[in-house]
Design a protein around this ligand. Structure first.
Ligand SMILES: [Zn+2]
Length: 269
């Protein structure tokens, strides 16, 4: 268990560092606000999310998988497939589960209150991939735990999936642009930066599309795929129309209280 924790933290830090260096050297666009305050808010939310996770499931989600295996409960525990196949299917099914969770976060008004904290970021970079309200993190943990139980997810798949999900979020939110020869073939399988930027466009029709985190197949399969933004990748405006000023979208107390405030805090305009 101890080794797994180090593997998760280690891979998280490596991917974060690689993407932050990449966006510092070859940024896709210039941030409209100073990054210092943004990063402080975004990384503060990472810290809160980690604390919430520790409090809710101190031993991690693996405990749920071990329990489901012990009582022979859940789809994959009943099917008794070869280990490698069960792990592969489990990772793919968990990615599909997160895709549907993401659609619900946009569809249900009370859930959107939480998820708009992520979307209100006026710029996109690796830190945005980690900017989630702690209550959204807690809800997502409950959804994942239920998914693990009902699908009978093997314990090995949880480690692989958590590393993959974190790495994908950091990768596809980062402020870079892949060359065309890589962008289009890669986008057939996984979510790229240009594909996910469309999801962070201020055009509602575009925000309500491209929900995938890791695999891009779910958006094509479930009819939520947008190939190009109306304004193009370079022209699309990031963030939320209701949260235009820095005082409304950045700052520790602002991001923590955002779900509970009826009106955005636009002091500067
Ligand atoms: Zn979203």
């Amino acid at each position: 268990m101890q080794n797994e924790a180090w593997l998760r933290i280690g891979s998280f830090l490596v991917v974060l560092m690689v993407m932050m260096v990449w966006e510092a050297i070859l940024p896709n666009r210039v941030s409209p606000v100073a990054n210092g305050k943004r990063w402080l808010s975004n990384f503060f939310l990472v810290f809160c999310g980690a604390v919430v996770g520790r409090l809710l499931v101190p031993a991690g989600l693996a405990v749920v998988a071990i329990f489901a295996d012990d009582i022979h409960f859940g789809l994959l525990n009943v099917l008794k497939l070869a280990d490698w196949l069960a792990i592969l299917l489990a990772v793919i099914m968990l990615d599909c589960l997160i895709y549907w969770q993401h659609r619900l976060l946009h569809r249900v008004p009370i859930l959107w209150r939480l998820h708009r904290v992520h979307h209100a970021d006026p710029h996109l970079d690796a830190s945005t991939g980690l900017r989630f309200h702690p209550i959204e993190i807690a809800l997502s943990l409950v959804v994942k735990a239920l998914g693990i139980l009902l699908l009978g997810i093997p314990v090995e798949a949880i480690l692989i999936f958590e590393i993959l999900l974190n790495a994908s979020a950091i990768f596809n939110h980062s402020n870079i642009k892949l060359p065309n020869w890589l962008e289009w073939p890669l986008r057939r399988v996984i979510v790229t930066q240009a594909m996910h930027r469309i999801h962070h466009s201020q055009v509602v029709k575009e925000t309500d599309s491209n929900y995938g985190f890791c695999l891009s197949i779910w958006d094509r399969l479930f009819n939520s795929y947008t190939n190009n933004a109306q304004a193009g990748d370079d022209g699309l405006v990031l963030g939320l129309k209701d949260y235009p000023s820095e005082s409304s979208n950045t700052g520790i107390s602002t991001v923590l209280l955002m779900p509970f405030r009826e009106k955005p805090n636009n002091k500067e305009i």
